[in-house]
Design a protein around this ligand. Sequence first.
Ligand SMILES: *Cc1c(COP(=O)(O)O)cnc(C)c1O
Length: 402
Amino acid sequence: MNSPMGELLPPTRLMLTPGPSCIDPRVYRAMSTPIVGHLDPWFLEMMGDVQVLLRQVFQTQNRLTFPISASGSGGIEAAVLNPLEAGDEAIICVNGVFSERMALIAERTPAKIIRVEAPYGKPCDPDDVRRAGKGKKIKILGVTHGESSTSVVTNLDNMRKVADELGALLVVDTVSTLAGMPVDVDKTKIDICFSGSQKALSAPPGMSPITVSARMEEVLRARKSPVQSWYFDLTTTMNYWGKERTYHHTAPISLVFALREALRIVLEEGLPARWERHKENRDALVAGLEAMGLELFVENPKDRQVTVTGIKVPQGIEDAKVRGQLLNEFNIEIAGGFGPIKGKLWRVGLMGYGCQKNNVLIFLAALEKCLLDQGFRLSSGAGVGAAIRSYSDAHAAMAGHK
Ligand SMILES: *Cc1c(COP(=O)(O)O)cnc(C)c1O
């Protein structure tokens, strides 16, 4: 009998959003290989590969390193719920929707939460953190590295410095930056660092790699009360991902396969080369956008995230109409703003496998058409031309170094 629905045939899209990003065919192949049991000796051994690869990508020696079976938001839950209990005080830097989410999760714990805020489009000021924590016993300082809702990056070294002054542990959300921008967990002495599989790692959504410092592990062991969440309790999950490999929950086996291949691809390219590729493409994108007369959402160039670029929606242009046209006419998906900045910006993700020259050029050309159709005045080909020059200059600079 025929199924009433027909076979699932999704459209082929170019996903230039801040996640999920495009996926390398190798990762799809790994994901479609037959599954084995989550307690099969072969699988238990393969989990070790994933942990070795993850430590390299996080640049850490931390024993407690594994992918949580959840999207990036699950990483926030784990990172915040594990260290905090009654009687603790914590500072969360809030400058966008994802750091706001970290604060909202922290506020559900019995700990006292101090928010240090910055306007959307700017990073939080380390001096504000310093002032907020003065004379207090701050247990953790929570920071979002790439606030992809606004495309702002926060300087982690400065935040580490303040955390040291306050005697606080540093918790960092690198969901939208790991493997696309430098993140060095051991060098920066990050105590909990977590990410998401579907952004610059270019794996499907559903996993949140996390790593916990030895210092933080001790703090977790010294807890007086059990962690609020059973599922996200890092010490018990680690019995599955640790030496014991005892059942905790059923791992999303196909996603672990996919993540393993995605991590292999990251390390084959090499982290420095990968960061450089992200920067080169972002620079070309920005050159193109500015040549088209568009403005970036984040004013200060040093505060701009590399993996996500926020563009101000120009006056007189309909945000949703442009995004709809990009999708329907060109099969390109970009993201709009959400939360308090809904309708104010477009967000373009150049992450992992999707971060390629051809995608930058196609996007700039398609965007030009959408803007022209709404009567925006720009000189034809300006964006693509400037991007090509940016690539060409980068190439010449490289050659000069040799
Ligand atoms: C995408 C993102 C998240 C949320 O991840 P989900 O996978 O959607 O749960 C959290 N933090 C940052 C910085 C992000 O970019």
